[in-house]
Design a protein around this ligand. Structure first.
Ligand SMILES: O=C([C@@H]1CCCNC1)N1CCCCC1
Length: 329
């Protein structure tokens, strides 16, 4: 049985976290977005039109002696932000850190939307959601994690995303040096294919936790913390000068003073999103006003605990116990 670890680097403003993987023989190195909110491993490829590739590394299945076309299989995915991609499928060797999966379904893109073309550092996505929502037709394929699980000491992975610094994804073990205090565990509802859970409540600043169930998913591929409109309104009502700016598509507020912390419950524990993490990014060159890291989840149907929430914590995605563990660090 094995364990593995791989470093992940934050892009500017922690908008996404990019992680190196290798595909094929000899290994082709790509850097992709590990996404616990989806379940397809897809990459830019030589099957795309040149105009849709702007700086990304591409997977060339013809240059891999271990690639094998999954005849008749195709995939198409549309993400919550409207971005999309599609293509066909190869089985090939995929290595992450010291972990290798032979015959991993690698979804080669033939088309990608502009959001991906215009993101030069991102060569694709590696889904760490549940394989039940993999988009390959006619036969959905397993995620890397589902394939490597049987070889791991224990079927879990952990995330340690950081603000503006390299973090890590670990597979098969919980590193006791990576967190402080106790891990708060909460059951996972994977019925929609996501790492879903329900938080019992929240607090603004130093107030006591308000009882208010928040059902959402832990999504490393979403940048912000997207919560019910009523909670977002309650939070920003305590932020001086905060207002909803439709031109920016969310709440903005003066970058100083630092806004209050946002706290959410995980079982009997709490997770604190420091006020300076809610200061997501300046919206003007004079850095006067900032876009909030907490925004509304309206229209999605559930909340999304994205990177703004995840980077405050060491999080255990436990497929064995079907539970999420959150710890301070
Ligand atoms: O497309 C997404 C996200 C987009 C950002 C990257 N992670 C996946 N979904 C998660 C929320 C429900 C709809 C599907």
């Amino acid at each position: 049985r094995q364990t593995g670890t791989v470093e992940t680097d934050a892009e500017k403003h922690d908008v996404e976290y990019l992680t190196p993987i290798s595909i094929g023989t000899p290994p082709q190195d790509l850097i992709v977005d590990f996404d616990t909110g989806s379940s397809d491993l897809w990459v830019f490829s030589t099957e795309m039109a040149a105009k849709d590739i702007k700086g990304q590394a591409v997977y060339d299945p013809n240059n891999s002696s271990t690639s094998e076309k999954l005849q008749g299989s195709t995939w198409q995915i549309t993400y919550g932000d409207g971005s999309s991609s599609s293509g066909d499928v190869y089985l090939d060797t995929v290595t992450i850190g010291n972990l290798t999966v032979p015959n991993q379904a690698v979804e080669a893109a033939k088309k990608v939307s502009d959001e991906f073309t215009d993101d030069p550092n991102n060569d694709g996505l590696l889904g760490l959601g549940f394989s039940s929502i993999n988009t390959v037709q006619p036969t959905p394929q397993n995620t890397f994690f589902d394939n490597v699980k049987k070889n791991l000491d224990t079927p879990l992975f952990t995330t340690d995303l950081k603000h503006g610094a390299p973090g890590s994804y670990n597979f098969g073990y919980i590193d006791p040096a990576a967190y402080i205090g106790n891990i708060s565990w909460t059951p996972v509802d994977n019925s929609q294919g996501f790492w879903g859970f329900t938080s019992p409540g929240y607090a603004v600043g130093t107030e006591t936790l308000r009882n208010h169930s928040i059902s959402g998913i832990a999504d490393t591929g979403t940048t912000l913390l997207l919560l019910p409109k009523s909670i977002v309104k309650a939070y920003y009502s305590e932020v001086q000068g905060a207002q909803y700016d439709s031109s920016q598509g969310g709440y903005v507020f003066p970058c100083s003073p630092t806004p209050p912390d946002f706290v959410f419950g995980v079982n009997n524990g709490i997770v604190t999103v420091p006020g300076d993490m809610v200061l997501y990014a300046p919206i003007d060159s004079a850095n006067q006003n900032c876009f909030g890291g907490i925004q509304s989840d309206t229209g999605i149907g559930f909340s999304i605990f994205g990177d703004v929430a995840l980077k405050t914590s060491f999080v255990v995605f436990d497929a064995g116990g079907l539970q999420l563990g959150w710890a301070a660090k």
